[in-house]
Design a protein around this ligand. Structure first.
Ligand code: SUG
Length: 447
């Protein structure tokens, strides 16, 4: 049987990374509104994290940033004139809209799409559905370009199948892989796909949450159908309302999976025993490890502040043991760190901890797992991946130089009205397309 790996594609952090407080229910986002951001530092942290995983022996890819500010969005909303005039007018009359059009939020690649590996799908292809991200306006403008980027990386339709993002408005709110886990014995074997929804829009609701629930059951079901998943291998789980109201806006803030392990906070799911039972029966005769951090050791508040579950759970090459790639914040929180140190002495596959610094992203509610999209690929599929998007030492160093040249050190909310930020961001992306050999890729390059 051919060797199958999990490859991570991380969002390269865009030059307009800023703190605009756009995401209700995401405590870091709202608590850090108008903080001065450090785009250069942010992108360096993201790249260093990618390189760290590469150096640990994992396959690492890159998703390029989207064009921000997104002038076509502003024009669709009635602004006109030159691009600079549009920025000026939006800044003067609708500053929130300006911030939305400037958000570098496509960095959080876990929300880019839902991906089903070929061993799970009836037609034996890898299926991709870009997430419509309809719950937040600044994120709802990502899916079109996300689809284009994914189609550029995974081009061969013999191996890869690309779907349109779901339409249908809020009833079909879809947040991508952040609300999707896969359990399997080995990456190349048929797995169980666990979709996690926060709301049930048609019919009875799963209980009122104060903060918005973003993923709908209807969206998850539609994706499972479109990806041609085998019905006995799909489980629908529900996010607990308590978690959403404590700031767990995506399920990947409170749980992470790898192979036969589901690691989570005790309160992550509503109707947990049913869920565990369904996952275990779909999985078959081999054991699944459900590892729960109890509330008495790790409170929900600590879990959400430290983002301990927004980690990457990986097998390093040649090892059966699993390693958690965690944010620094989970080392700095004494209770969480004590729990983690104890966890690796227990009888579970999780044996090693690695901490990474992605503080700039964390301040907008994006930890290590938010920054990456997992794509499971067998050898034939891996050979088809567009090599321009695969991280190498050379690309790492080229991108570091590139961002040092183009990214600002600091960005405040008032800087967004500065028209030179628009041209700087375009110059950076223009050069990026040359580095990556993409030609005229962005909308601003095509007019
Ligand atoms: O959608 N934050 C993102 C964070 C996404 C995290 N992703 C995962 N959990 N997978 C969001 O809430 C904040 C932008 C701002 O406030 O400027 C933001 O969009």
């Amino acid at each position: 049987m051919s060797h199958t790996v999990e490859m991570n594609f991380d969002g390269l952090i865009g030059s307009t990374h800023n703190y605009a407080g756009l995401s209700e229910g995401n405590l870091a986002s709202t608590n850090n509104t108008k903080l001065v951001s450090q785009p250069r530092q942010a992108a360096k942290e993201g790249l260093a994290k990618m390189m760290r995983l590469h150096n640990l022996g994992l396959k690492q890819g890159i998703l390029i940033p989207q064009e921000r500010p997104h002038i076509p969005t502003l024009r669709k909303l009635g602004f006109y004139g030159t691009d600079e005039a549009v920025i000026e007018k939006v800044g003067a009359t609708a500053p929130n809209l300006l911030a939305m059009s400037y958000s570098a939020s496509s960095m959080w690649a876990a929300n880019a799409a839902t991906v089903s590996p070929s061993s799970d799908t009836e037609d034996g292809r890898v299926h991709f559905t870009p997430a419509n991200l309809i719950s937040m306006f600044h994120r709802s403008i990502e899916y079109k370009m996300t689809g284009k980027i994914l189609e550029t990386i995974f081009t061969n339709d013999r191996y890869f199948c690309h779907h349109h993002a779901l339409s249908g408005g809020a009833h079909f709110g879809d947040e991508g892989a952040a609300n999707h886990n896969r359990l399997c014995r080995d990456y190349g074997e048929q797995g169980v796909e666990l979709f996690v929804y926060g709301k049930h829009d048609f019919g009875e609701s799963q209980g009122n949450t104060h903060f918005p629930a973003r993923q709908s059951l209807e969206a998850s079901r539609a994706i499972a159908r479109k990806h041609r998943l085998r019905s006995g291998k799909v489980v629908m789980g529900c996010q607990s309302a308590a978690v959403i109201d404590a700031g767990g806006f995506h399920n990947d803030v409170v749980s992470v999976s790898n192979k036969n392990v589901l690691f989570m906070h005790e309160l992550a799911f509503a109707d947990k025993s049913r869920l565990f039972h369904e996952v275990a029966s779909a999985f078959g005769d081999q054991p699944v490890h459900f590892i729960e951090a109890p509330e008495r050791l790790v409170s929900l508040a600590d879990a959400i502040k430290s983002y301990l579950f927004n980690s990457q759970l990986v097998n390093l090459p040649g090892s059966e043991d699993m390693t958690l790639i965690l944010p620094m914040e989970s080392q700095e929180n004494q209770r969480v760190h004590a729990y983690l140190l104890d966890l690796i002495t227990q009888d579970t596959p999780i044996k090693h901890l690695e901490f990474v610094d992605v503080r700039q992203s964390m301040r907008n509610g994006g930890g290590p797992a938010c920054l990456r999209l997992r794509v499971v690929l067998n050898e034939d599929e891996l050979a088809q991946v567009n090599p321009a998007f695969v991280l190498t030492e050379e690309l790492f160093s080229t991108l570091n130089h590139w961002l040092e040249k183009h990214y600002r050190e600091r960005l405040s909310s008032t800087d967004l009205s500065d028209p030179s930020l628009l041209s700087e961001s375009r110059t950076a992306l223009d050069e990026l397309t040359q580095i990556m050999g993409l030609g005229s890729f962005y909308e601003f390059q095509q007019v």
